[in-house]
Each structure stands twice: as structure tokens, then as C-alpha cells.
Design a protein around this ligand. Structure first.
Ligand code: LLP
Length: 400
């Protein structure tokens, strides 16, 4: 991702900024498209992961749909070229204003998360003399002892409709004349790398599909949600997720009926590896107990490490040639003569103790002005940035 030319280019640019490798993004999208096309699967990009216009432009150019979670995302998706017939709208708290935006835009469907929401969408559609297509988001409520997907799938989660409410759902769907039932929707969590979890999801989807069919509903769409994870530890050697194995699980374990569509809502897997947060060292504080590298980026630019204790690889690009992790043992012995490897807490400038990207990171001895990259920052990075401390809005730089 960072050749010498790119690193010298960074030296001329004010930091911090997000760097997007658009070539890698396209390769990732291509890999996903090829793997999903093989089975005729439909992918909606979960644009909450990143709605940078250049990212949206690339994603939509491959013909993916958009999975939106606000009225603004619906409007932005369509304004950026996504086909409205491939836009879905999820979220536990859709406001009337947002539902109206989506009705006016004639999107493909609402992923509905409560019985009350079904009634509201029906009323608003009726007022416009329209029919709203709806899919029911089901909370799988799976016992953690037998299945792995506990992240969003239990009764105490706010997401989705619990199975004990499904009779109400069926009744409401029958009585609401301005709703058209298209299918069932699930989303069990994010950063899932164990394919066994998806196998368990398939079993649950099959059961739910049967439940609806037994009651006379035709399930045209099976929407499995998103969640495919990426390798945060190896952003160079494992930068494109294994889409083939992922889709194959669904091909093998879902009971797909003739004419039925299978939908996916991938966010992170499509965009995470294609960007890094680039920052400079402002100050180096060498202490008796701790050494601190104080960067000019902090939790305001990338909050995942602070909010979720998430690991994102940190590299000193200015001393990349000296980085022991990039070299063979003999090479690193030679370079260790020149450069020391030290442990640092890599922190930001924000007035919060939690503003720390990672503690005790082993790095080549680093100096004021060194350029750092925090890798795998393309998903839930730029979009979660804030202006706290009245920081400048974060800028973006793109590969040529
Ligand atoms: N569909 C639904 C209904 C979702 O709630 C999400 C993500 C996705 C699809 C896309 O999931 P993905 O493929 O990106 O895993 N900010 C957190 C992640 C929050 C995910 C929220 N929902 C993070 O930085 O790890």
C-alpha cells in the first residue's frame, strides 16, 4: 500500500488525513462481485461503513445495491448513482420523515424491526397512496451455548423482532393493505471471521422461512445481513477477504427456492483494508515507566481502538525500512545495529485519557515529524470522526 513514492508524497501533505488506495478498493469489489455472481447472490453495500463519495462511486460502479440506516443515507445513495430498486432501509428507529423520504424514493424495501413500525409504514404509505415493500428483521435469539452468534441475536438486544412476536407480525401483514411482504432479514453482528457462525445462521434462516411459508407467505428474499470480518493483523498479506468461502456457506446451507433472491449487506469487508489513517508524530515523551508517541490524530479521527479496544496495526512509515517486522532475521540484526526497537504508547492529542490507539507498541525509535499509518481504517473510520475539541474536519487523500 505504501511504496516509497507514496511515502514521499505524504511528506508534502498536511496531516492527519485518510489515505484511500482506490486500486485495492476496486480489487476487493471485483473479488466480491465475482464470488457473489457465481451463485447469483445480491450484495447491498452497508454504507454506514463509509460514505466517502469516492468510495460510493467505486462501489456503485460494480452494480452493488445500498443498505441504508437513515433517510440521509437513502438520499445520498441515490444521489451517488445507486439504483433505487437496489436500496434497502434498516434501523430500529426510523422517523416518519425518514420513512417518507424512502417512500418518495421508491426504494426496494424497508427492513422492519418492530410490529409498531409495520403499522407506521403502512399508515404513511396509505397517506401517499403507495405500497411499501417490507422485509421482517428477525432476531434469531439463539442460545449462545449451541450457536456462536450472540452479538445481536438475543432477546435483550434492541434489534429485530423476536420470534415470539411473529404471530403478531403475520396478523399485521395480513391486515395492512399498503404493505407488501417480500422476505426475511437477519444481521447477527460484525467482524465475524468464523464461517461456522454463518452455517448456524443458515439453519435459523431455513427455519424462519418455513415458518412464514407454513402461514401462506411467499418469501421472495432471504437477506442474511452483513458482518464478514477482515484481518486487522495482516493488512498487507491478507488484504482481500475470502468472499468465496463466505458465499459458499450460504450456497451450501441455505434452502434456496427457485426464483428466490439471496441478499447480503456487506460493509467492513468491502472497504476496511483500502484505507489508512495517516498522521505525524508531534511529540515524543520518553519516561521512566512509559514512552509516549503523541500523534496529530486521535480518537476524533479514528475512535475504534478507544471505543471497542479494537486492534488496528500501527506503522512508522518514515522508518519502514528499519521496521523489524518487515525484515528477515539477519536483515533485522543488521538494522538493529542502526536502529533501536522501543515500546511506545501511541496516543492522540485529545483531552481524554482514553485517547490511546495502542499501548506498548514495538516500533523503531521514532521522532517528531515521523509519518505514521494506522491501517485497516476504511470501515467505521472516517464516518465515525467527530469535531470534539473543535478539531479540523478530517481530510482525505487518494491513490492516483
Ligand atoms: N446490516 C446491518 C443491519 C448492520 O447493522 C450492519 C452493521 C451491517 C449490515 C454491516 O455490517 P458489516 O458487514 O460492516 O460488519 N462500528 C463498529 C461496527 C458496527 C456495525 C453496525 N452494523 C466497528 O467499528 O466495529
Amino acid at each position: 500500500m505504501f511504496d516509497t513514492d507514496t511515502i514521499s508524497r505524504f511528506q508534502q501533505i498536511e496531516t492527519p488525513f485518510y489515505y484511500y488506495d482506490l486500486g485495492l478498493l476496486r480489487q476487493t469489489l471485483e473479488a466480491c462481485k465475482t464470488a457473489s455472481d457465481k451463485y447469483g447472490f445480491h450484495v447491498h453495500y452497508a454504507m454506514k461503513a463509509n460514505f466517502n463519495p469516492k468510495v460510493l462511486e467505486a462501489v456503485q460502479s460494480y452494480g452493488f445495491g445500498a443498505d441504508c440506516v437513515s433517510g440521509n443515507e437513502v438520499t445520498t445513495a441515490i444521489a451517488n448513482g445507486f439504483d433505487k430498486s437496489k436500496v434497502v432501509f434498516a434501523g430500529v428507529g426510523k422517523s416518519d420523515k425518514e420513512i417518507n423520504i424512502a417512500l418518495d424514493a421508491d426504494i426496494f424495501c424497508f427492513n422492519v424491526e418492530s410490529v409498531q413500525e409495520l403499522n407506521i409504514i403502512n399508515d404513511l404509505a396509505k397517506a401517499k397512496n403507495k405500497t411499501a415493500r417490507v422485509a421482517i428483521r428477525i432476531n434469531p435469539n439463539v442460545d449462545a451455548h449451541t450457536h456462536h452468534f450472540i452479538t445481536t441475536g438475543l432477546d435483550e438486544n434492541k434489534f429485530g423482532i423476536n420470534s415470539w412476536q411473529l404471530n403478531d407480525v403475520a396478523e399485521t401483514l395480513r391486515s395492512c393493505k399498503n404493505l407488501q411482504f417480500v422476505g426475511i432479514h437477519f444481521h447477527i453482528g460484525s467482524q465475524i471471521t468464523d464461517m461456522e457462525v454463518y452455517r448456524s445462521l443458515c439453519i435459523r434462516i431455513n427455519e424462519m422461512q418455513q415458518w412464514f411459508e407454513d402461514r401462506g407467505f411467499q418469501v421472495k428474499v432471504l437477506n442474511t445481513g452483513g458482518g464478514l470480518g477482515v484481518d486487522y493483523h495482516n493488512p498487507d498479506t491478507n488484504n482481500i477477504p475470502d468472499f468465496e468461502s463466505y458465499f459458499k456457506v450460504f450456497k451450501d446451507f441455505l434452502h434456496i427456492k427457485p426464483g428466490q433472491e439471496v441478499h447480503f449487506e456487506l460493509g467492513r469487508a468491502l472497504v476496511a483494508q483500502s484505507a489508512a489513517l495517516v498522521s505525524r508524530v508531534l511529540y515524543v515523551k520518553m519516561g521512566q515507566k512509559k514512552n509516549f508517541l503523541i500523534l496529530d490524530a486521535g480518537m476524533t479521527e479514528l475512535i475504534r481502538p478507544m471505543l471497542y479496544q479494537a486492534y488496528q496495526k500501527i506503522e512508522n512509515l518514515s522508518r519502514k525500512s528499519e521496521d523489524r517486522s518487515q525484515k528477515s532475521e539477519s536483515e533485522s540484526q543488521i538494522s538493529n545495529l542502526k536502529c533501536q526497537i522501543l515500546k511506545y504508547d501511541v496516543v492522540g492529542p485529545i483531552c481524554e485519557s482514553t485517547d490511546c490507539f495502542q499501548k506498548d507498541v514495538e516500533l523503531p525509535e521514532s521522532f517528531r515529524g515521523d509519518i505514521f499509518a494506522i491501517r485497516t481504517a476504511g470501515a467505521y473510520g472516517e464516518v465515525m470522526a467527530s469535531r470534539y475539541n473543535l478539531r479540523d474536519a478530517i481530510q482525505s487523500v487518494y491513490s492516483e
